[in-house]
Every structure is written in C-alpha cells, then in structure tokens.
Ligand binder design. Structure first.
Ligand code: HEC
Length: 193
C-alpha cells in the first residue's frame, strides 16, 4: 500500500513536470519575456547596430544633400515581400551630410558618388507586438511601427515625429518601409545579404 501510494505520488510528480515542460515549449523564452510597449520617441538607438546587416548602403540623396546608410536588426532577415517584416524588426538610418564644394555643388568621388561629410542625424523605426496599435489619428497609424530621431551626439533631435508617420503611412502594402521593393530585389543577389 505504502509503495503504491509512493508510485502514484511520483507519477503525479512526473506528470506535473511534463506539463511544465510542455508549457515551456509552447511559449519560447522571448515570448515569456515581456516586451515593453514603446511609443514614438521612446525607441533608443541600439548600441550594437553597426554590427547588423546593411539594409541598403550609401543611398544617394542629392536633393537632401545627404548620403544615408540603413542597418536592419538581424531578425529582419525573416522578412518576405508578401508578409513584411517580423515583429522585433528595427531599422537604423544614418543621415550623413554630403560634402559640398565652395560653390555649393556637391562633391563626387571617383565612382561618381557623393562623399560623406559629418553625421547629422540618426533615425530609428521599430515594430513589435502591441506598439502604437491605438495610435490616433487613424490615418497616421503605421501598423506596429514607432519612430525616434537623434542628433549625431545621441541627444534627441527636434524633429516632429508625426512627420515620420505622415510620410511612411501611405506605404500600407509595403509594411510602411520606403525601400521595400529595392530590398527584396537585392535580397539573395551578390550585393545582398
Ligand atoms: C518626406 C518623407 C519622409 C519623412 C518625413 C521621413 N521619412 Fe523616413 N524615409 C523616407 C524615405 C524616402 C526613405 C528611404 C531612404 C531614402 O530614400 O532616403 C526613408 C527611410 C527610413 C528608414 C529606413 C527604412 C525604410 O523605410 O526604408 C527609417 C528608419 C526612417 N526612414 C525613419 C524615419 C524617421 C524616424 C522619420 C522622422 C524623424 C522619418 N523617417 C521621416 C521618407 C521619409
């Protein structure tokens, strides 16, 4: 009787442990870790972004007198043109001044490309579950993306973050990402990642 009770108890213990394991499997570590719900202006520049894959390199913006570099969080590699970018994606865009000649025209290097001067601003956009879901006005809702802007020294830039939303919002079929098509065209090519 004593032995029977003992084995019933240990069976129960095994069952409880198994249930715990199964529960553990259905919720991976990341999901168990609560993700802070961020608003515009709250997403920091990730310290290690320069080690991330490049989304696009040396974007030529003579109109803005700038050269831009876009980095993407490694999670973004899971993106598909049909499905967009996974939750947890962050893009960091460095806005560099293009060097100018004394007459104001822009300097070009031997490759015909603009030459980078000083770093002006760093723009960040990131998406995650629950972020900006209830953003109003509705026309400015950009899925789960939130925006932030910094000066080169890391201080907050004075940009009105509603302007970010306004210009990215029309891209509903491209997950609100401007260089979407180019990115997927490049993905898998020699120059891609
Ligand atoms: C007038 C339109 C406009 C505004 C305003 C704007 N963006 Fe963008 N953004 C773009 C374009 C266009 C690109 C693609 C890169 C390029 O051509 O310079 C881009 C690219 C980006 C990217 C890289 C991912 C992508 O969409 O390709 C980030 C990050 C970004 N913008 C953040 C911001 C933030 C933060 C603000 C506000 C401070 C902002 N943007 C304001 C037009 C805009």
């Amino acid at each position: 009787m004593r032995t029977q009770l003992h084995s019933v108890l240990s069976l129960a213990a095994v069952a409880a442990a198994l249930a715990g394991l199964v529960a553990g499997c259905s919720s991976p570590m990341e999901a168990a870790k609560p993700v802070a719900v961020l608003k515009d202006g709250e997403l920091a520049v990730p310290a290690d972004y320069k080690s991330w894959p490049k989304f696009l390199t040396a974007i030529q913006r003579p109109d803005a007198k700038q050269v831009r570099e876009i980095y993407m969080h490694p999670l973004a590699k899971g993106a598909t043109a049909a499905g967009g970018f996974p939750q947890g994606t962050v893009f960091v865009m460095e806005n560099w001044a293009a060097q100018a000649n004394p007459d104001g025209s822009l300097v070009t290097g031997p490759d015909g490309k603009l030459v980078k001067g000083a770093l002006q601003k760093v723009f960040v956009m990131g998406k995650n579950k629950g972020w900006a879901e209830d953003f109003t006005p509705v026309e400015m809702r950009n899925g789960n993306w939130v925006y932030a802007a910094y000066m080169a020294d890391g201080s907050k830039a004075p940009d009105n973050l509603l302007t970010c939303r306004a210009c990215h919002a029309p891209l509903t079929s491209k997950d609100f990402v401007h260089r979407y098509d180019e990115h997927f065209a490049q993905k898998g090519s020699a120059g891609g990642y």
